[in-house]
Design a protein around this ligand. Sequence first.
Ligand code: ATP
Ligand code: MG
Length: 447
Amino acid sequence: MSITITLPEKVRFIIDTLMQAGHEAYAVGGCVRDSILGRTPGDWDITTSASPTQVKSLFLRTVDTGIQHGTVTVMLEKEGFEVTTYRIDGEYEDKRRPKQVTFTSKLEEDLKRRDFTINAMAYNEEQGLIDIFGGIQDIEQRVVRCVGNPLHRFTEDALRMMRAVRFAAQLGFSIEEKTKAAITELAGNLAQISAERIQAELVKLVVSKHPEEMRTVYETGMSRVFLPEFDRMMETPQNNIFHCYNVGEHTIAAMQNIRADKTLRLAMLLHDVGKPACKKEDGQGIYHFYGHAKAGARMAEDILRRLKFDNDTISKVSSLIVWHDSIPDLQEASVRRAIHRVGLRQYPALFEVERADTLAKSGYQREERLGKIRLYREIYEDIMAKRQCLTLGDLAINGKDLIALGMEPGKEIGEMLQRLLLHVLDNPADNTPQILQNLVKTEQKSE
Ligand code: ATP
Ligand code: MG
């Protein structure tokens, strides 16, 4: 079977330019894999026998992105393409990255250093597909398999273990048996990998088509190293009528039930992380988890900080977790108060979280709960459509107006505005300057 890949114009130009100067050049790695799979490649990487200096001399605009590792970025009309010289990775000094790389003139050597067979293929129009390690066969059999001995390859770079599961999750592949056994054996080595690199792979995994691969992360012993809280969830049963899974399996189902968005998937991953610590058994042997949302939000903050997530992600995820389990009375006024309490920013993601959570439980009272969430959302949308007052900024009067009414500047002003806001949340029609001024005057008289 011969495989043809349509290279983008610019990639063809770079490869042609290098070849016309007497060098070898190929598209390589993820772009070849994705093209064969009919997926749109994220970026096109090029591998070449030319040295970085030679690459730089052949193109007008280049950037030295990783020149010591042989990578030069070729710029074509604002678009950058990484062109990397064939290399052999030297000794791995700290199981993280090679201490030094050696350039080589052999494509095979360069392909050999790559992590998985599906990532170790090269292609150009002249030579066609170069597949030395059975990448095509593994694509056909849908497996992630190490190039060479998996124990060696994971010992060289422990991050590859997380990459294996991440690719399995993105592509819907399974992990080849020996590769998986090696991960199980060496999972502990992940402790040597920086939180940033683990985070990047974890995010790709959780936003993939198969977030259930978190189960593999647990089964191989990797989560124990960087997310032991997930192991505790996997090991916490929920003996109550609302649940048919343990906390971890429920968590996995909840991730599958929500859109592939980073914040939403992370929120589902951690929404019940407080449960193991909050578990209480009553006289009938039924488990309760009172307070788990609040406790879980705090834990999620610590976990995400430990994994070096940015503050914006941490605050969005943790505030979805605090509120994931609470639905107010379904009256307009209570919903307005809830929006005020929870903060507008959390909506409508909160409805998605509540729905995904509900769908991951036993069928008991599911329809009632889903109906409630729908109604909650309708009332919210109605409130938004009517542009009702929900924040201090929406009030028809402000601090200056209160001073004009004779109030002293100071903290009483803020307190008065808060009282007016609570009043208006219950009585939206009262949000006019006239009515609010009268309310203030009445309060002033009664003092
Ligand atoms: P993505 O779609 O996530 O970009 P990718 O396959 O392009 O997937 P990259 O991380 O961009 O993955 O790496 C590009 C290529 O470099 C890989 O296909 C693989 O051949 C090689 N590679 C990347 N990281 C490693 C590693 N840790 N060990 C060995 N080879 C690696
Ligand atoms: Mg890539």
